[in-house]
Design a protein around this ligand. Structure first.
Ligand code: UT7
Length: 350
């Protein structure tokens, strides 16, 4: 059995805030943000839009594209949603704190009546973890056939807009992929690429919990709950040790790509595109330099969207897919890192 990506979708709020607009509110500049990160703008969800709304829009796009491109034997996206076995939503910014899982709201809105639904929290690596989780669940039971994997965030809600060290980095958005299990042979490790089969070939996942404090929302959880009567100056927000995360990111991106290359006997010429988590162009340039991989192999869109955490890789996948930049048979690598600290990558034949 093989796991094929049969549709992709994305949702990005229409409100766009450029670096220049941000610089009118805090002590920063377009020049600093661009030169230190490659970011030019970010999209921010209005108060009326939550993570589940963005996730549903991206999911509907993935279902519709799967139908339009005749990738599945259905002609109606709503009927296709009814056939889903489960939905996995990667997010750090749930609609409601802890309960209910945001994915249940998504399941309800999609009318995916028979689908089980779960949220997965691995910070910015959530999409990479979620797609592997969904694939493993599909392969675990012959009765399961179809799943949706979504990465969705409203990071603007957990941003301290007075901290120029973090607020210039983040944006809101969602991306989704529709997965279908199809007939095919599951190879031994090291054989996935040579077999030529399409779909998700293999995944690398990892975590280094010693770095837990480097990217953190300190208040609101069971360690530091809000106390009755306490005055809140700033709502729960992300704090970051930028240098530590930067160094970790360059290391794990390099190692993950190297591991795929070595264990699957690949050269960079075999890879059509690398889709990294869109946090900082300098991180990608540093990893590319270490690996001697030309910059154009990496697909970057943080200039328009900034860092959308779990959503950044599926948004990029959808852009590449819809613009015809991915051809049938192309080998692609996704690679990412995030709070936890977590990291990972997926090797996919399109
Ligand atoms: O999904 C995971 C998310 N996190 C990441 O990927 C973060 C990884 N880390 C980074 O991307 C980088 O460390 C940052 C972009 C966060 C920071 O870049 P940097 O080149 O490491 O800058 P820095 O923190 O060393 O700061 C350099 C200077 C400081 O001024 P002084 O102390 O040298 O006078 C900062 O105060 O730049 C200042 N600075 C800014 N200036 C203008 C920091 N943020 C800003 C800003 N605008 N937005």
């Amino acid at each position: 059995m093989v796991i094929k990506i049969a549709g992709t979708g994305r949702a990005v709020p229409s409100t766009r805030v450029s670096n220049k607009e941000l610089a009118e509110q805090i002590d920063t500049s377009d020049e600093w943000i661009r030169s230190h990160t490659g970011i030019g703008a970010r999209h921010i969800a209005p108060e009326t839009i939550s993570v589940s709304d963005l996730a549903v829009e991206a999911a509907r796009g993935a279902l519709k594209l799967a139908v339009e491109r005749a990738e599945v034997g259905e002609t109606d996206p709503e009927k296709l949603a009814e056939t889903l076995d489960f939905i996995v939503l990667g997010t750090t910014t749930q609609d409601y704190y802890g309960c209910p899982p945001t994915c249940c709201l998504v399941q309800h809105q999609l009318g995916a009546k028979k689908a089980a639904a779960m949220d997965l929290a691995a910070a910015c690596s959530s999409f990479i973890y979620s797609i592997e989780t969904a694939a493993a669940l599909l392969l675990a039971d012959p009765r399961r056939k179809r799943a949706l994997v979504i990465g969705a965030e409203t990071l603007s809600r957990i941003t301290n807009w007075n901290d120029r060290g973090t607020c210039v980095l983040f944006g809101d958005g969602a991306g989704a992929v529709f997965l279908e299990k199809q007939d095919g042979k599951q190879e031994e490790p090291g054989e996935a690429v040579s077999s030529g089969r399409r779909g998700l070939l293999r995944t690398i996942l990892g975590a280094d919990g010693s770095g837990w404090e480097n990217l953190i929302i300190r208040r609101g959880g069971s360690r530091n709950p809000w106390k009755p009567g306490e005055t809140v100056d700033i709502p729960p927000h992300v704090e970051m040790n930028g240098h530590a995360v930067y160094n970790f990111a360059v290391k794990v991106i390099t190692e993950t790509i190297e591991q795929f290359m070595e264990e699957e006997s690949l050269t960079i010429h075999d890879i059509a595109r690398i889709i990294p988590h869109q946090a900082n162009a300098r991180i990608i340039q540093a990893a590319g330099k270490r690996l001697k991989i030309p910059e154009e192999k990496f697909y970057l869109n943080m200039e328009e969207y900034a860092n959308t955490s779990s959503a950044s890789i599926p948004i990029a996948l959808d852009e590449l897919n819809r613009s015809g930049q991915l051809r049938r048979g192309d080998l692609i690598i996704t690679v990412g890192f995030g709070g936890g600290l977590t990291y990972g990558g997926n090797l996919i034949r399109w």
